[in-house]
Ligand binder design. Structure first.
Ligand code: IVH
Length: 677
């Protein structure tokens, strides 16, 4: 007994020693023993634990050393979401970006000042300083919640642990991209597929000491939460923090207008191969932070920034066969299976052929030698067919007119353009097992239910094993069977069960988005949720009679047009879709669209807009209402508090309806006054 007590006390003492060395090394950047001595101490503790089960039960070591990379970091909610970026691939896309900014701000400037920065292909992280001290370091996670990787980030020597400057805001969050240099990667390349994976793997080591073995670097690129705000422009911000000790990219530059955008793009593209880090394009940001604030964000990405990707890397290969893939809305996409070839460091064996017309236009055939290109994460595409290499007996590719499920396919006629759609679609819904599987993948995706541990690959696997056929099955999984599968242990099953249980509680707008009606993306799902408020009301769409009446009303919603209404009708008029949606609803606890809104001038107020405004677009007006705590509704109803009427062509019917219902009406002049007050 005494031996046991002695051993426990010895073990605890050594644990404390290890803790102290971790502190010297990671927090103070000042190790007092050699790496060898540290490793020996670690090994000794692991050995003691292995040989004495009662020590293992104390669970003292797990948090300190030696665990393999894991996803078990503490979760912390981001102060502000970490968004992604929209992409541009050519000059036209950039002209479009400038146009959208002007539309939103209701301006007409060709030369709005942008700040251009290399887009580093690494891993994003965010650093939070309180009174100048680095107190939190998080990974991006799902964008709204990150993981606590502070200790690992602290191993990067050039990240300031303390900022010695009196101008540092009390709360100061710096967004940065962590990467591994190309030369450093050469030394460890047998362990990882590419530098990005190496950086990610290293940052997610449970033992910061392991992180420190891989030489990570970073560039700061953005401002997160800040109080008080002391910067006016993105370029100033980066210049100032560079003075405070942060590393910022020296190739960044202000540009004005499309010609300068193109020039800068070309210049950096030419330098690209000589840099010691991977970049896949340039990020162009509106330089003025107050304009950034006005522009705000869409669901996933800021309106004030865009990633302009470099032209894709290319390679030559041969088409082995052409198959088709069926998407969640039934779209049939032809895919070329090609002889594996490396394009920009990644082995490619599939290339998209987009649609039937594209195959016809390029006369793409099985056996053809083709040039393919890969831009960023986008699926590789065929650039050209080398007809000189074609065999004389090659035959034109005949596009299948049936879906993989055997059903007929159609090309729709667009109501707007009166032209036939280029995309062929399966005419079925959930009855098509290919569509059903893709719908399930959509349901569990990050933007919808975001169930940790239930990603696309797991859905594929569970589907093949007939564990899941429809969404409601997610909540009745046969865990016994899953436990017998390779890669599933007690812990992963427990985590999956918990994640699924947690996901049962879902907001109405997320639910509407998740069921995957064509043309109903995240924004439209919100508009619909604000109209229906509860799942009870939304479910009325399932009943044909009620649906007809509701759909008519939906047309009144700002943002919902005939295309969306037709898509809703198409979805619910399919009885199997309707039944499956009902089964799904039964498993869930769907939260009403929240009318209780945030703080601000329009707190708890429901507003609606009609007409155009002089100083801002209607989109900006709506976004202002939301950031000031209001809720924007799409139709006049008794629930509405204020109708805001812009001077340019307001809809008379809406104004009359509001008057009849005695709803408060504000005209443009008054609206501007409230905003300036
Ligand atoms: S700005 C609101 N600037 O790219 C999002 N991002 O695709 C603002 N990235 O998550 C992002 N270099 O990890 C920005 N100079 C740069 C960047 C950069 C790399 C990464 C970042 C972001 C991702 C978006």
């Amino acid at each position: 007994m005494n031996d046991k007590i002695n051993l426990i006390s010895k073990f605890k003492k050594k644990i404390n020693e290890l803790k102290a060395h971790n502190k010297h090394y990671f927090s103070e950047d000042n190790p007092i023993i050699s790496d060898r001595e540290y490793d020996d101490l670690k090994k000794e503790l692991i050995k003691l634990e292995r040989e004495n089960k009662f020590l293992k039960k104390l669970n003292l070591l797990d948090n300190l050393v030696g665990s393999p990379p894991t996803n078990k970091f503490k979760k912390i909610k981001h102060l502000l979401p970490m968004l992604s970026l929209s992409n541009a691939f050519d000059k036209d896309d950039m002209v479009d970006f400038l146009k959208k900014i002007n539309n939103f701000l209701n301006t007409n400037k060709n030369d709005i000042e942008l700040y251009s920065e290399p887009k580093i292909d690494g891993i994003s992280a965010t650093l939070i300083y309180e009174n100048g001290i680095l107190t939190k370091g998080l990974s991006r996670g799902d964008g709204s919640t990150g993981e606590d990787i502070l200790e690992n980030l602290k191993t990067i020597k050039s990240i300031p642990k303390k900022i010695d400057n009196k101008n540092v805001p009390n709360l100061f969050e710096v967004r940065c991209e962590v990467f591994i240099g190309k030369k450093d990667f050469e030394k460890i390349k047998n362990k990882f597929a590419n530098p990005r994976n190496a950086a990610g793997g290293s940052l997610r080591q449970k033992d910061p000491r392991e992180t420190s073995k891989i030489p990570l670097k970073y560039f700061a690129y953005g401002l997160g939460a800040v109080d008080p705000l002391k910067f006016q422009t993105q370029s100033d911000f980066l210049k100032i923090i560079n003075g405070w000790g942060f590393l910022t990219n020296p190739l960044s530059k202000t540009v004005n207008g499309i010609l300068e955008i193109e020039k800068q793009h070309q210049k950096i593209d030419n330098l690209r191969s000589s840099l010691d880090y991977d970049i896949d394009g340039l990020v162009y940001k509106v330089n003025d932070l107050s304009l950034q604030k006005r522009l705000g964000n869409t669901s996933n990405a800021p309106r004030w920034a865009i990633a302009y990707k470099f032209s894709a890397e290319q390679a030559v290969t041969k088409i082995k066969s052409i198959t088709i893939q069926v998407g969640r809305t039934g779209a049939i996409t032809p895919v070329a299976k090609v002889e594996p070839v490396t394009v920009g460091g990644v082995v490619v064996s599939n290339a998209t052929l987009h649609n039937e017309d594209e195959i016809k236009r390029k006369d793409i055939r099985i056996g053809d030698t083709i040039q393919i290109q890969r831009a960023g994460d986008v699926i590789p595409q065929v650039v050209l067919v080398d007809i000189s290499k074609r065999k004389s007996n090659s035959k034109k590719f005949i596009f299948p007119v049936k879906c993989l499920c055997g059903s007929n396919t159609i090309k729709e006629l667009s109501k707007n353009t009166k032209k036939e759609d280029a995309v062929r679609r399966c005419t079925k819904g959930y009855e098509c097992q290919y569509i059903a599987k893709e719908k399930l993948k959509h349901i569990v995706s990050k933007e919808a239910f975001n169930i940790e541990g239930l990603g696309k690959k797991v859905i594929d696997n569970f589907w093949n094993l007939k564990l899941i056929k429809e969404p409601s099955d997610i909540f009745n999984l046969d865990y016994k069977k899953i436990r017998s599968l390779e890669g599933w242990g007690d812990l992963s099953i427990k985590n999956l069960k918990n994640a699924i249980l947690k996901s049962k509680k879902v907001n109405l707008d997320k639910f509407i988005y998740s069921i995957g009606i064509r043309h109903i993306g995240q924004e439209n799902a919100k508009i619909l949720a604000s109209f229906f408020i509860s799942i009870k009301e939304f479910s009325k769409l399932i009943c044909p009679k009620q649906r007809k009446y509701i759909l008519k009303n939906l047309l009144e919603l700002d943002g919902i047009g005939e295309t969306q209404v037709d898509a809703i009708e198409y979805f619910f008029s399919n009885e199997i879709n309707a039944k499956i949606t009902q089964n799904f609803i039964r498993q869930l606890s769907i939260i009403n669209y929240s009318i209780i809104s945030g703080d601000g001038k329009f707190s708890n107020k429901k507003l609606m807009f009609t007409g155009g405004f002089q100083n801002m677009s209607r989109s900006e007006a709506k976004s202002i209402a939301e950031t000031n705590g209001g809720k924007v509704l799409g139709a006049i109803s008794k629930k509405l508090d204020i109708l805001v009427v812009g001077d340019t062509k307001p809809t008379k019917k809406k104004v009359d309806q509001a008057k009849a219902m005695k709803i408060k009406i504000i005209f443009e002049k008054e609206w501007n006054k409230i905003l300036n007050s």
